[in-house]
Design a protein around this ligand. Structure first.
Ligand SMILES: Cc1ncc(COP(=O)(O)O)c(C=O)c1O
Length: 377
């Protein structure tokens, strides 16, 4: 099956009982048993629900893994994956991970004894330098948010394998349409499905795919024990969104290329961060492991005042957190998505007060270009 076909025919397609071409929403908490333990595969919806199962099968197929799991948010998914580790274990993470990932590691899991170190994983030597006897995993976000740095997944996974570590990849920005980390050696893929997979700013969800039976058993145990599952209605919405992922991702990319070209030639724009640019420091690796460069671009307008002015003037870019939806969004990472990262650390990372991030939507690109031109003038 090719990629757009798999989005529509992967997982559990339709309903064998009625012929309905869309998987029904099984809005149910419990299931009748014919005798004790005599059920038809489902006993209680925290443990398993047919609509959620269909979504979990779909994301498993798309990420080319062994099993999929759906959670109530990206953060619930990431937290569940981190519950695979024990007190005293250590995880190496990409330094400019999503602010919420940094927060859960340093403020919540840290209290439970799970240690973390944040390094620029786009330079692989940094990973080896941080290895400790208790290191259990490398957690990579690529491209990163908001600086769009790229880590070589094949090489990072090879380092992890040499040292007996798990490789975990947050694939939110690329989605399996552009990048399949398990095929490159990763063990676990996580998603904020709230973003491109859902695609319409109407659902908060998280997904995980693992590459082996033992990991699937452990993660299902955690999912069922901690209970942060996705409900049937949201599972269905996500499946509906995923059906059009291919055409959306292609169009996001087309629009973004034109916007990047415009920004690159604009005197008010200092730095542009986009992995599709030949001048991007990790462009060659991006070309090697991604089938497309995505719809996220960050650029520096020099100061908080100028960024503020731009944010106030744009008409078609909605000032909002989140990304990956049909409508274009604009945000100021230092004050929004990355506000939970201390200022000193933000400065070290290059997340300046003038850094603006846009998530390019599916509007006519001419309208988006005219809007940016008038706002930057
Ligand atoms: C890359 C990335 N990972 C994880 C998350 C967390 O996902 P959620 O907001 O669905 O909990 C986000 C949210 O913005 C994100 O951008």
């Amino acid at each position: 099956m090719r990629r757009k076909t798999k989005l529509i025919h992967g997982g559990v397609a339709g309903d064998p009982h009625t012929g309905a071409v869309s998987v029904p929403i099984y809005q149910v908490s419990t299931y009748k048993q014919e005798g004790v333990g005599g059920h038809k595969g489902y006993e209680y919806s925290r443990t398993g629900n047919p609509t959620r199962h269909a979504l979990e099968e779909l994301i498993k197929d798309l990420e080319e893994g062994y099993a999929g799991f759906a959670f109530s948010s990206g953060m619930a998914a990431i937290t569940a994956v981190m519950m695979l580790f024990n007190s005293g274990d250590h995880v190496i993470l990409t330094d400019d991970v999503y602010g919420g990932t940094y927060r859960v590691m340093t403020k919540v899991l840290h209290r439970l004894g799970i240690e973390s170190t944040f390094v620029d994983t786009s330079d692989l030597t940094n990973i080896e330098k941080q290895l400790r006897p208790n290191t259990k995993a490398i957690y990579i976000e690529t491209p990163t948010n908001p600086l769009l740095k790229i880590t070589d997944l094949k090489e990072a996974a090879a380092i992890a394998k040499r040292h007996g570590l798990l490789t975990i990849v947050d694939n939110t920005f690329s989605t399996p349409y552009w990048q399949t980390p398990i095929a490159l050696g990763a063990d676990i893929v996580v998603h904020s499905a709230t973003k491109y997979l859902g695609g319409h700013s109407d659902v908060v969800a998280g997904l995980v795919v693992v590459n082996s039976e033992p990991l699937a058993t452990d993660l299902h145990f955690i999912q069922n024990s901690t209970g942060g599952i996705l409900g049937p209605q949201d599972s269905w919405l996500l499946m509906r969104g995923i059906k059009t992922l291919g055409i959306r991702m292609e169009e996001h990319e087309q629009n973004t290329r034109k916007i990047v070209e415009f920004l690159a030639g604009h005197p008010a724009v200092k730095n542009i961060y986009y992995p599709g640019l030949e001048t991007h420091p990790n462009h060659e690796i991006a070309k090697k492991q991604m089938r497309g460069f995505g719809g996220m671009v960050s650029f520096d307008v020099g100061s908080a005042e100028k960024a503020d002015q731009l944010l106030n003037r744009v008409q078609y870019f909605t000032l909002a957190e989140s990304l990956g939806a049909v409508e274009s969004l604009i945000s100021l990472p230092a004050k929004m998505t990355h506000a939970s990262i201390p200022q000193k650390r933000r400065e070290e990372l290059g997340i300046t007060d003038g850094l603006v991030r846009i998530s390019v939507g599916l509007e006519d690109v001419e309208d988006l270009l005219e809007d940016l031109a008038q706002a930057l003038a």
